[in-house]
Write a protein that binds this ligand. Structure first.
Ligand code: ADP
Ligand code: 5GP
Length: 179
């Protein structure tokens, strides 16, 4: 049976980079696409990085039980569309790149889901990566940094912890876990 794999970890730790490489390297893996009410960043496309929807559409989808889980971050909603994931699972291992609250909710709904948390080599490094990524203002980066402690406090509830120091080693470690 195909697996549902949750990848979580603080903003800037490298989740997106890792998930993208995993699906490039493994034909049997695919990435779920979440819905969000935040604005697209430069280079992001609707239906590729996220389904970018309005707050009204998001609330409707909550009412219609359309999410496997959802949560609010940085004043925007993010959610995993249920039908979309169940459809994809028929064919491939599906990777969800979501925050810890979402990950734990997914595990409640689907106990066979595998939870992997990506850890930074250090807190300084994560800030460096967010600054280098250059997609948020410094003020927003500070907000994301403040959330890190919360994300890391849930790590004991995750099935596997993987440190993203050397990117390729982190990816190989996850591939081994999934084998
Ligand atoms: P997240 O999805 O967790 O917010 P990203 O995947 O966007 O994080 O990564 C944040 C930044 O860090 C990006 O600029 C990415 O290229 C860089 N990055 C990711 N992994 C590593 C790594 N192992 N070493 C150095 N930089 C990395
Ligand atoms: P970003 O705005 O950087 O793309 O994402 C911000 C946060 O939202 C990240 O921690 C990311 O993992 C989380 N996120 C993205 N999609 C979802 C989702 O579908 N559900 C939940 N709960 N969190 C998500």
């Amino acid at each position: 049976m195909n697996k549902l794999v949750v990848i979580s970890g603080p903003s800037g730790v490298g989740k997106g980079t890792i998930a993208k490489k995993l699906i490039e390297r493994n034909e049997n893996m695919t990435l779920s696409i979440s819905c969000t009410t935040r604005n697209p960043r430069e280079g992001e496309l609707n239906g590729r990085e996220y389904f970018f929807i309005s707050k009204e559409e998001f609330v409707d989808k909550i009412k219609n039980n359309g999410f496997l889980e959802y949560s609010e971050h940085f004043e925007n909603y993010y959610g995993t569309p249920k039908d979309f994931v169940l459809e994809k699972l028929k064919e491939k291992t599906v990777i969800l790149e979501i925050d810890v609250n979402g990950g734990l909710l997914v595990k409640e709904n689907m106990p066979n889901a595998l939870l992997i948390m990506i850890l930074p080599p250090s807190l300084e490094e994560i800030k460096n990566r967010l600054i280098k990524r250059n997609t948020e203002t410094l003020d927003k980066i500070e907000k994301r940094m403040q959330r890190i402690e919360f994300e890391l406090s849930k790590k004991d509830k995750y099935d596997y912890l993987v440190v993203n120091d050397d990117l390729n080693l982190a990816i190989e470690e996850i591939e081994n876990i999934l084998k």
